[in-house]
Design a protein around this ligand. Structure first.
Ligand SMILES: Cc1ncc(COP(=O)(O)OP(=O)(O)O)c(N)n1
Ligand SMILES: Cc1nc(C(=O)O)sc1CCOP(=O)(O)O
Ligand SMILES: [Mg+2]
Length: 212
């Protein structure tokens, strides 16, 4: 079954999900309706990264969500899952050749439509733009405006991801401007309990249903 590239896109954070929170918080997010999960871990502990990502792959499969690995083509290939690449994370065309035509491969485009053109030409599955708002997770990421999304929407048929300081309150305007997926770290996972994560995920998902 193919995961639809529309809805809430949760991204893990090794600080917020430390001390045993990774699995219960991610499972709560999946129960709440997360469609795509990105494993984002900047550490160099390859054994832990493999173990965690492998467990997340099985968890995502149970909820029919897609797992994406941030930055690490070798890990994505080993697990047979998707990959997200930034502008300095290696060749998208090579990743497409290694992972095959069905793999979900995302590309960071910041606020640059020319980066998006390039990513599309190299075989990207989705185009990620941001940061749209102040981000506690990545405060220094280049800024983008919601209007840029509308321009991208007019130009590209690929799914568009909006990232950076996205919350339940500001997400609707990004969807209105053309975002298919809202990528979120802090507003989802900076929670006291797993139950709160599930509640937040449902609230984000409701933005994508017509009756919200
Ligand atoms: C969905 C999504 N969009 C953008 C990014 C940022 O990627 P990148 O610029 O490579 O930065 P890091 O996340 O690697 O710090 C992303 N991870 N996911
Ligand atoms: C990993 C990442 N990349 C960004 C970009 O703009 O490229 S913003 C970002 C962090 C997103 O986390 P939060 O939802 O907590 O702001
Ligand atoms: Mg990266």
């Amino acid at each position: 079954m193919t995961t639809p590239l529309r809805g809430l896109y949760a991204i893990t954070d090794s600080t917020l999900l430390a001390e045993g929170r990774l699995l219960p918080y991610v499972e709560a997010a999946l129960r709440g309706g997360v469609q795509v999960l990105q494993y984002r871990d900047k550490s160099t502990d390859a054994a832990r990264r493999l173990a965690e990502a492998s467990t997340l792959r099985d968890l995502c499969a149970r909820y029919q969500a897609a797992l994406i690995i941030n930055d690490d083509l070798a890990l994505a290939a080993e697990l047979g899952v998707g990959l997200h690449l930034g502008q300095t994370d290696g060749s998208l065309a090579k990743a497409r050749a290694v992972l095959g035509p069905q793999a979900i491969i995302g590309a960071t485009c910041h606020a640059r439509l020319d980066f998006a053109e390039q990513a599309q030409a190299e075989g990207a599955s989705y185009l990620a733009f941001g940061r749209f708002f102040n981000s506690q997770t990545k405060p220094g990421a280049p800024a983008a405006t919601p209007e840029l999304l509308a321009e991208a929407r007019a130009r590209f048929a690929l799914p568009l991801v909006a990232i950076g300081g996205v919350t339940r309150d500001n997400g609707a305007q990004l969807i209105a401007q053309g975002a298919d997926l809202l990528a979120v770290v802090h507003a989802l996972f900076a929670a006291e309990t797993a139950a709160e994560v599930e509640h937040r995920a449902r609230a984000f998902q409701s933005l994508f249903t017509p009756d919200c």
